[in-house]
Design a protein around this ligand. Structure first.
Ligand code: IPE
Ligand code: IPE
Ligand code: MG
Length: 233
């Protein structure tokens, strides 16, 4: 257990990008990149378990990703089901609670079933919260929250109230966001929650991201002075 490090983020969010390019560079179909990407998820989850991080969230599939070729979408969905169905016992052993964020509408039945079972089976786990963003869009999360508020007939709301209508109300805002593959954009991830998050970009493709690189991102975080708009010192 890596303890006593100066400033460990409570919540690390990751935009896992570059699976397709990783495969292309090797002359392989994009799907191979997603398969390698799934292995990277396991590595990073293990690495996070060696720290005092309490929340790890990963962007697995965006609402915009439906626009990709059907074979690729189907392969990603199958990988997700396979992941949930095979990894749950390990998650329980590691006291990891699996949670999903994103819109349920439009997801295939087999995915919904795996998601529900995975969440239920790990509900009692009190260690790390592992959040998988699937069919997720930051704008959609805000719109969904607004609609829930309208349904309740509320007319006056504070930022604190608003948070209660997000997909996981008790999820703390990410302290650190990591994006791989060299792209420096948010791509519709956690728009509300990232307001004051520290951003870390690396040129590595997601399948090449490993424990050491993850710790590098944590060290980067430790060098940041978070001011939240105030004057420090
Ligand atoms: C990230 O890798 C995984 C998903 C978006 C599902 P990409 O598939 O976006 O890989 P690149 O960006 O095309 O290389
Ligand atoms: C963001 O990556 C979504 C996920 C990692 C699931 P994309 O590859 O879809 O984003 P863009 O198209 O580069 O912005
Ligand atoms: Mg991409």
């Amino acid at each position: 257990m890596i303890k006593n490090l100066y400033k460990i983020p409570k919540h690390v969010a990751i935009i896992m990008d570059g699976n397709g390019r990783w495969a292309k560079r090797r002359g392989l179909p994009r799907v191979f990149g997603h398969r390698e990407g799934a292995k990277a998820v396991e590595r990073i989850l293990k690495a996070a378990l060696n720290t005092e991080i309490k929340w790890l969230s990963v962007f697995a599939f965006s609402t915009e990703n439906w626009g990709r070729p059907k074979e690729e979408v189907d392969a990603i969905m199958s990988l997700l089901v396979e992941y949930v169905n095979t990894k749950v016992p390990t998650l329980i052993e590691d006291n990891v609670r699996l949670r999903f964020i994103g819109r349920k509408e439009g997801l295939p039945e087999m995915i919904l079933k795996a998601m529900e079972e995975g969440e239920k089976a790990t509900e009692h786990c009190t260690g790390l919260n592992f959040v998988v963003a699937l069919n997720y869009s930051g704008k959609a999360e805000i719109v969904d929250a607004v609609n829930k508020i309208l349904e309740e007939g509320r007319i006056d709301i504070t930022e604190k109230d608003f948070k209660n209508y997000l997909y996981i109300p008790d999820m703390p805002e990410p302290d650190l966001l990591i994006r791989t593959s060299g792209e420096k954009r948010i791509s519709n991830f956690m728009l509300w929650e990232l307001a004051y998050t520290e951003l870390y970009f690396t040129n590595l493709m997601w399948p090449d991201f490993d424990e050491e690189e993850f710790y590098k991102a944590l060290y980067f975080y430790q060098t940041r002075e978070r001011r939240f708009g105030k004057v420090i010192g």
